[in-house]
Design a protein around this ligand. Sequence first.
Ligand SMILES: Nc1ncnc2c1ncn2[C@@H]1O[C@H](COP(=O)(O)OP(=O)(O)OP(=O)(O)O)[C@@H](O)[C@H]1O
Length: 385
Amino acid sequence: MITIEHLTKIFGAKNAIDDVSFTAEDGKVTGFLGPNGAGKSTTMRAALGLIRPTSGTALIDGKPFRQMSSPMREVGAVLNPRSAHKNRTARAHLEALALSNGISKHRVDEVMELAGITSVAKKKVGSFSLGMGQRLSIAAALLGDPQNLLFDEPVNGLDPEGVLWVRQLCRFYASQGKCVLLSSHLMSEVAQTADNLVIIGKGHILERTTVTQFISEHSSHAIRVATPEVNRLQGLLQGQPGVAFQLLPSNVQDSSGAQILRVTGMELKQLAQMAAAQQIALYEIHEEQASLEEAYMALTHGQEEYKTAPLPTPESTHYQAQPVQPHSQPISSAPNSYQQPPVQSQMPAMPIPQHIPPDARPSTQQYPNEIGNQTGNQNEEGGAR
Ligand SMILES: Nc1ncnc2c1ncn2[C@@H]1O[C@H](COP(=O)(O)OP(=O)(O)OP(=O)(O)O)[C@@H](O)[C@H]1O
């Protein structure tokens, strides 16, 4: 369990976090959400003893990080995907961490396999892409099979398969009774993973709630239904107590070309059953979810540390659109046309240790394209020490 109480951190003239309090419980994924510069990393770094709070406390299982005798067994942290020494191989990096924490080499193999990086174990970390660095950080965090996981933006740089894997990993660890604190900018990402939500803006807690509660409070409860028999459906809904509907403009169509009706005041199941009873064909029916992200944006509006300027419109600039010139040759042979890179062959699938649950295993997809010549700029350790 991670307990943050009245935590304040002032850097010079900057009040990075101000009287922040919340608890990340065991057996739950707690999503820690906020715009850039809101104070998420500062809070997590304070919990890991990497910065000294100006006031307040950050405790993990009731004690400060610095008092832990075997920290990697108590807390695993992902803070910076570029944290490992770039001249070390992935295996050497993990083995050094394991050795200094009394963890067996056998566990190094397990976490590399779990994170899908076994095939690059002998590669230098400096050659890793952002996504591979992120996988290595996660592997390091899992080394001690800790009770608490602190993941700061763990999906940054990951491909869709990696994002899904992190989601499943968080859910798996929470199902084992462990505490998972997961920071993100994206409500849509957190809503799919977390049980509880802590939303922060400009160093202040804006909301502490559960994902279910947030969805129920902020969802529009509208249903969108695509049907080729919109007149019949409207006739059916007409006069239903408390029900309202609106035909969306014809430019909002589903892929089948059916018309879309937006209905409020009834449950999805009820609407589907009524339509079925009248043999009205429905091509698609779903609850609107867009409002969740909108609700988060509304909540954090004005709390952004870094505001973007509106993009100029063509009218506000002297830009004049040039008429498009027809291609004098086929696009595929035009000198500057985009060339599809050759598809790389996949690396062989790897075996997964049997004790790892199926839904927490990485897919056997490998990342042959990720070994580039990027260099990391790391001087910090991502895994908790
Ligand atoms: N070492 C530091 N010295 C001065 N200011 C700092 C320092 N670390 C963080 N800050 C400031 O504290 C505020 C909170 O930063 P923090 O990194 O905690 O935000 P965040 O929510 O993690 O942002 P992001 O999502 O962009 O990572 C920001 O204004 C940041 O510039």
